[in-house]
Design a protein around this ligand. Structure first.
Ligand code: ADP
Ligand code: ZN
Ligand code: MG
Length: 483
């Protein structure tokens, strides 16, 4: 029997604010432990939380970017549980009445439109961090760092609309791109600014019923998400195949072991005893303020991708990566404008430029070739001033030295040789230097033509137009008298 995976994601994204959600402490990453704390985020008795407006604004931007209905009123609740990194004994989170619901992300993937519904977007505070290693006495002690305690988060919950581990990973990647473009999150998964819990079940292919789900906690990379889901889909399928049943539980991804392991079953699940936080009034949003936030939204990656396809004629394959990254998109549009040839601009960026960035481990911000210079290079090719193969060379020198393509072509005499006496002379010389190949060609082994073309291209250091060389060679070979 074959099984179909059903996947839904719960994503926690840290909102880009200077200060925490209910106090004025800094949210800066990497400070000495417990240096960004106060009575509010340490949960000392009597301390009163005050909601950070910037956090609300970013949460609303998130909801708008995900096509959600933003509710006029939402409520902060106390989610009660005991854990050492939670000194208050409860986490403040929106529960029954969240900020926003009923969104949808629609995107083009491989020519087909995919839809993933967003169940809800709500605001909450982060907990502190238990530090289990790195100290001389870590073998017997756990340390606590409360710098993260009270950092503002949004939780984004999808409907179970994803159907493959790879699709879930790509969706998470897309969502990251949207959050970055919306300016609400820094996308830094290593620092924990963005993390994901994955819910997954399997069901017999063709069935509409949902199977029993397992939740995999705290996945902080696209690769871990995909691998953990792959493992879990195989594990659950094998269980059902063998006549067993899947137990509803929370599992962890064991990176070293390449497997998921059980953390707690449903019976051990907490009863959080949610109730509205008496220290915080309902969050009531001014409709005009919300529409101003809505109007201030920048173009998001999916819209940009479609524009790149229609306006610039790019194939989806190029449009997707170029539109996904804000900086890369800007670089592309500036290059396309300078080149007056968007497809060629995309080609250079996705090819030679991406290759160089990858080798150097550099981002687009560190590239020495400016969009204006790359555009000029494309124009030199389009005008027939240099051949494509010379352009490759010129590009590498531009990247090495930061010089303009015109300067390099000029200084090194790289302009393409047209149908000139100069090229005719090289052709004649090549034939004279390669009598064996000429003889073979004339005996009917016309395959040697390619070799001769290569010789001419070498002699001209790639500056000749290969098609023209082909033509001239053929003419000379077929008409020995003309030599
Ligand atoms: P819970 O009651 O366990 O919190 P929710 O209905 O709130 O479950 O959903 C939590 C997450 O689990 C959502 O992302 C949702 O898409 C996903 N989910 C729910 N049921 C399933 C299922 N049967 N298989 C896979 N994912 C599921
Ligand atoms: Zn504080
Ligand atoms: Mg739920």
């Amino acid at each position: 029997m074959s099984f179909e995976p059903v996947i839904g994601l719960e994503i926690h994204a840290q909102l880009l604010t200077e200060s925490k959600i209910f106090c004025g402490c800094s949210t800066a990453f990497g400070a000495p432990p417990n240096s960004h704390v106060c009575p509010v985020c340490l949960g000392l008795p009597g301390a009163l939380p005050v909601l950070n407006q910037r956090a609300v604004e970013h949460a609303v931007r998130t909801a708008v970017a995900l096509g959600c209905t933003v509710h006029e009123a939402s409520i902060f609740a106390r989610k009660n549980y005991f854990y050492p990194d939670l000194p208050k004994g409860y986490q403040i989170s929106q529960y029954e009445e969240p900020l926003a619901t009923d969104g949808c992300l629609e995107y083009l993937a491989g020519g087909t439109t995919r839809r993933v519904r967003i169940m809800r977007v709500h605001m909450e505070e982060d907990a502190g961090k238990s530090v289990h290693d790195g100290f001389p006495d870590s073998g017997s002690k756990t340390y606590l760092d409360f710098n993260r305690s009270g950092v503002p988060l949004v939780e984004i919950v999808t409907e179970p609309d994803l159907r493959a581990p790879s699709e879930a990973a790509r969706f998470f990647q897309r969502l990251r791109g949207i959050l970055l473009a919306a300016g609400v999150n820094d996308g830094n998964m290593e620092e924990g600014s963005l993390r994901c819990d994955a819910n997954v079940s399997v069901r017999p292919a063709g069935s509409d019923a949902l199977g029993v789900k397992v939740e995999i906690k705290n996945l902080n990379s696209f690769r871990f998400l995909e691998r953990a889901l792959d493992y879990e889909v195989r594990r659950q399928s094998a269980l059902l195949e063998g006549g067993g049943t899947v137990v509803q539980e929370t599992r962890l991804w064991d990176v070293a072991g390449g497997r998921t392991i059980s953390m707690r079953s449903k019976e051990e699940a907490h009863d959080y005893r949610y109730f509205p936080d008496p220290d915080l009034p309902p969050l009531v949003l001014d409709a005009e303020w919300v529409s101003r936030v809505r109007e201030s939204m920048p173009e998001l990656p999916e819209a940009r991708k479609r524009r790149f396809m229609t306006e610039h004629g790019l194939p989806e394959r190029d449009a997707t990566p170029l539109a996904d990254d804000q900086e890369l998109a800007t670089y592309f549009e500036e290059t396309a404008a300078a080149a007056k040839n968007p497809r060629a601009a995309a080609h250079w960026i996705m090819g030679p430029l991406a290759h160089r960035m990858k080798t150097a481990g550099a981002g687009i911000g560190e590239v020495t070739v400016t969009p204006a210079a790359l555009g000029a290079l494309v124009r030199l090719v389009d005008a027939g001033t240099i051949s494509n193969s010379v352009a490759r060379d010129v590009f590498e020198r531009m990247a090495d030295t930061g010089r303009s393509p015109e300067a390099i072509v000029e200084a090194e005499g790289l302009s393409q040789i047209g149908d000139s006496d100069e090229l005719q002379a090289v052709v004649r010389r090549t034939l004279a230097d390669n009598p064996a190949a000429v003889k073979k060609y004339r005996a009917g082994k016309t395959g040697t033509l390619g070799f001769l073309v290569g010789q001419v291209m070498r002699a001209t250091r790639g500056r000749a137009d290969p098609r023209l060389v082909n033509e001239l060679l053929k003419r000379a070979l077929d008409d020995p008298e003309g030599e």
